[in-house]
Design a protein around this ligand. Structure first.
Ligand code: SF4
Length: 696
């Protein structure tokens, strides 16, 4: 801790899955002075614009400071009893599957652990899902199909050690800026390193691209299947690694070269990409939301992994498929099993032996027999009245779920909706019967896991304002009041972490990849000073990587190549909805802006909701720069400022997801996103939504 100055506290950024270390200290005026932690392995002192502005986001404007029942201030005891009573009564009358939790990749691992234990072990339902379903569920599904577990094979160092970095469906420059900066620095130091960007848009990430492939929306499987077929044709498969694999012949048979026409790329572009990828041994293929947020997202992930498995380019320095997660703790949520189709510690909810082991560890009365409702299905069940009590924690689904207007109406009509948040008036909080004030980033203790499996502490730097409490403590109180005092009795976040670590030892003995049980005896001092560490400790002999030794977590112990077939997006543009809408983030805002929107500096970057449209389309429609355009489809509408640019392809438009608002411009873009989901992962298709566009 030598580089921390007096008064500085080590914590981890609140935003993206890079998971940068932050040194923060109170500025004496209610805010924080922050700088990048030079000792954190993810960022080595760097921060992006969002991280740098964290100290400006601690203000109390619109902050939820005390519990509220039916719009009236309440004390904690009354509010907690009310939530516990409503859940208990609903379960007694309608069964455990009549209730649900919808949680968040913004929560700490400790929060997530307690929520998952309460729902799966004690309520006895698997109806807990998370906004990570919208973020990287397709990667989870792809990993599990290929590796047997949800395992990220490589590390951030691999992005610097690679001779070729392929970024597909990832605007890393804006969405994971410090990781992007690490690649920029590596490329500057080693100019022979090359970068390929595969993205329908010419994003800021293309600034360092040696090749930009403006692929048609959703055509990644076609491109990577063509790559797999060419790997085979050129004899570039790794025959020694092949003995560790199943499914090679089937995957090759499914890799139809003729589907490459779906990409919309020229023969020369495709040939250049194939030559670069096949001809470079040290290649990392990075993928993010452009791959995940698709009705064929799982197949896209496996199409990428297939190429790395076939060539044996996995688990070695500078080689491998690499998923970058959107949220600060999507990975920690995966580790505690916070998805409806997961169990704790990367165990399998469909495996009776795994369920028995977790039930026994928790001494739990009941466990669900299988997966619960994934996010889209969960809100459909709310709409139908089948979910009668809902607890939404640390997320804003009335704005961020696909078909957000429909989800908003479903929550409004739910018999009972509790919302825990730091903000008093989000689109979702306005619908709650009970509001519970949560401690936010900088006020709570916990841990998070970043995209390369590094677990870091988030630490309280300021006292929680008003009556706010950490989410894990609120959940534990409700668990106790529902009738399980012994199972939900922890003195602090450290005790929750110890239990989570101990459970991972059970998982490790059952053959799961995730085992941090060497931290199960961590005392208060050890938790307080816990330095960032990447699991698995036992994987150090492989440089913290997985699978080079040919050992996978499938029943056979071999990796699986998955046969996948290219499919276009579920909904194609037509005469009524001639444009394909692509949604995403901007550099300086985060999710629904409840934190980042508090910084005047961040708001200066792009101050209002907008739509990018190609100049020829804009001219044809009579749209002028800085005018207003209305986007519509059957699900909803948005009115957005017009940004005319040839960064987008003709016939496609791009709009960011961050804004809400009822008056023009109204940026509720997720109101337009239709709820077509990947059949394997349940992740919605947020990047290919047919809409009409007209002057407003
Ligand atoms: Fe925070 Fe991500 Fe920026 Fe790092 S790159 S400072 S984790 S938002």
């Amino acid at each position: 801790h030598l580089s921390a100055q007096p008064g500085e506290i080590r914590t981890t950024c609140a935003y993206c899955g890079v998971g940068c270390g932050v040194l923060a200290k109170p500025d004496g005026q209610g805010g924080l002075a922050v700088r990048g932690d030079p000792d954190h392995p993810a960022n080595r002192g760097r921060l992006c614009s969002k991280g740098t502005a964290l100290g400006e986001t601690m203000g109390l404007e619109d902050r939820l400071l005390h519990p509220v029942i039916g719009g009236v201030r309440a004390d904690w005891d009354t509010a907690l009893n009310h939530v516990a009573d409503r859940f208990r009564e609903t379960i007694a009358e309608h069964g455990p599957d009549s209730v649900a939790f919808y949680v968040s990749g913004q929560m700490t691992t400790e929060d997530y652990y307690v929520a998952n234990k309460l729902m799966k072990g004690f309520i006895g339902s698997a109806n807990i899902d998370t906004n990570s379903r919208l973020c990287m569920a397709s990667t989870v599904a792809g990993h599990k199909r290929a590796f047997g577990t949800d395992t990220v094979p490589g590390t951030y160092e691999d992005l610097e050690l690679a001779d070729l970095v392929v970024l597909t469906g990832s605007n890393l420059a804006w969405c994971h800026p410090v990781l992007y900066q690490r690649i920029v620095a590596a490329k500057a130091a080693r100019p022979a390193m090359r970068v390929v960007v595969i993205d329908p848009r010419r994003t800021a990430t293309c600034d360092i691209a040696d090749l930009h492939l403006a692929i048609a929306p959703g055509a990644d499987v076609a491109l990577f299947n063509a790559l797999l077929a060419e790997i085979d044709r050129r004899g570039a498969r790794d025959p020694r690694f092949a003995r560790h694999l199943d499914g090679m012949a089937e995957a090759l048979a499914a890799a139809r070269v003729e589907d490459v026409s779906l990409t919309g790329l020229s023969a020369a572009e495709i040939a250049t990409f194939l030559d670069m990828w096949i001809g470079t041994e040290k290649v990392v293929t990075v993928f993010s939301q452009g791959v995940n947020q698709s009705a064929s997202g799982s197949d896209k992930v496996n199409a990428i992994i297939n190429c790395h498995l076939a060539t044996g380019r996995i688990g070695q320095p500078g080689m491998g498929p690499f998923s970058v997660t959107g949220q600060p703790n999507a990975m920690g949520g995966r580790e505690v099993g916070g998805l409806a189709n997961a169990l704790a510690s990367h165990l399998d909810i469909d495996n009776p032996a795994h369920r028995d082991a977790v039930q026994s560890f928790w001494n739990a009365p009941d466990m669900p027999a299988g997966a619960g409702l994934k996010a889209v299905d969960m809100f459909r069940a709310v709409e139908r009245g089948e979910i009668k009590a809902l607890w939404i924690i640390c997320t804003n689904p009335a704005m961020s779920m696909p078909e957000a207007d429909r989800v908003r109406a479903a929550i409004a009509n739910c018999d009972f909706a509790a919302v825990s948040d730091i903000t008093a008036s989000t689109d979702t909080a306005r619908l709650a019967h009970v509001l519970l004030p949560a401690a936010g980033w900088g006020e709570r203790d916990g841990s998070v896991t970043n995209s390369d499996r590094t677990i870091s502490r988030q630490r309280a730097v300021l006292p929680a304002p008003g009556e706010a409490r950490p989410d894990w403590a609120i959940l534990a109180e409700v668990g106790q009041r529902m009738g399980w005092p012994g199972a939900f009795d922890w003195p602090d976040a450290a005790a929750v972490f110890r239990e989570h670590a101990a459970l991972s030892g059970v998982a490790g003995r059952l053959g799961a990849d995730f085992d941090i049980s060497d931290h199960a005896a961590l005392d208060a001092e050890g938790y307080a000073t816990l330095a960032p560490f990447r699991w698995p400790a036992a994987g150090a002999r492989q440089g913290g990587r997985f699978f080079r030794d040919g050992r996978f977590f499938t029943p056979s112990g071999r990796g699986r190549m998955i046969p996948v077939t290219a499919r276009p997006p579920v909904a194609e543009p037509d005469g009524n909805h001639p444009f394909q809408l692509n949604t995403g983030r901007i550099r300086d805002q985060w999710h629904s802006m409840t934190r980042s929107g508090r910084s005047a500096r961040l708001n200066r970057h792009m101050g209002e909701p907008f739509v990018e449209i190609h100049p020829e389309d804009a001219e044809r429609l009579g749209l002028v720069p800085a005018g207003l355009a209305e986007l519509r489809n059957h699900a909803g509408r948005a009115v957005l400022r017009v940004l005319v640019t040839d960064r987008v392809r003709r016939g496609e438009v791009f709009a960011p997801i961050h804004w809400s608002g009822e008056t023009a411009p109204t940026g509720r873009v997720d109101a337009l996103v239709t709820a077509h989901v990947d059949p394997v992962s349940g992740q919605p298709e947020s990047k290919a939504v047919p809409v009409s566009v007209a002057p407003y």
